[in-house]
Design a protein around this ligand. Structure first.
Ligand SMILES: [Zn+2]
Length: 259
């Protein structure tokens, strides 16, 4: 497992995290979740994250629906850049809490439900990889983008590139894959670490933000619709509304994925 990126921003989601590896033994290896022979894991194992006792767990009551709205006087691209960068750091950190269990042996493919993700290299060549390799590709490429002055300018007077929104969408798609993988394959470990409240909170915030600005293709996120429904629907703690803002998705590409 390559080292995770360090130097992340302050982490309110995980500020109370006391990660004691000894307290969390790896669960027995569940080999490839989406088996080529079409066999699926047992239902209760598959959707443990949908159990009400777990979905209720959040670390804040903040209404993300209001929080994600573009504040007056703030430039849209600045808002997208700042939030995207923060989500990247949080997803990276959340993954790091279970990364010791996400090995090439335990997670032979980057699979979520019946969907398998493939990485495509810079020349567009499909790369077959394990889940930890895929996550490493995601984190490295996103790190490269968010620290590139030509893409995420921080200096006064520099403009965002015309491709900015498309790049933000791409980043969100990758971050979604990582979050979905944590739920799908590492929820038990996340529970054992008592970090499911953090995960739920991060997921709801991220999804509502992406929805607000049409950053994720609904087809892309369909694989987690049942969870999204529970965590992001109106009335729930930390959720709220969702008033169908997730349409569009125009231009979002299905590049890294095959069904
Ligand atoms: Zn994994």
């Amino acid at each position: 497992m390559p080292p995770l990126l360090s130097g992340t921003a302050p982490v309110p989601y995980l500020s109370s995290c006391h990660h004691d590896p000894a307290a969390c033994q790896p669960s027995p290896h569940r080999k490839s979740k989406a088996k080529p022979n079409g066999k699926k894991p047992a239902a209760e194992e598959k959707k443990m994250y949908l159990e009400p006792e777990y979905t209720r767990s959040r670390i804040t009551d903040v209404g993300f629906k209001e929080l994600v709205v573009l504040p007056r006087e703030i430039d849209l691209n600045e808002w997208l850049a700042s939030n995207t960068t923060t989500f990247f750091h949080h997803v990276n950190l959340q993954y790091s809490t279970i990364s010791e269990f996400c090995t090439g042996e335990a997670c032979q493919t980057m699979a979520v439900c019946n969907t398998q993700y493939y990485w495509y290299d810079e020349r567009g060549k499909k790369v077959k990889c394990t889940a930890p390799q895929y996550v490493d590709f995601v984190m490295s490429s996103v790190q490269k983008l968010v620290t590139d002055e030509d893409v995420f300018p921080t200096k006064y007077g520099r403009e965002f590139p015309s491709s900015f929104e498309a790049l933000v969408k791409k980043i969100c798609k990758y971050l979604f894959h990582v979050l979905a993988h944590i739920y799908w394959s590492h929820f038990k470990e996340t529970l054992a670490l008592e970090l499911h409240g953090h995960l739920n909170t991060l997921y709801a915030h991220f999804i509502l933000f992406a929805r607000e600005f049409n950053l994720l293709d609904p087809k892309e996120t369909a694989v987690m619709d049942d969870l999204t429904e529970v965590l992001c629907s109106g009335g729930g703690r930390g959720g709220g509304g969702g008033a169908g803002a997730s349409g569009g998705g125009a231009g979002a590409q299905n590049h890294g994925k095959e069904r």
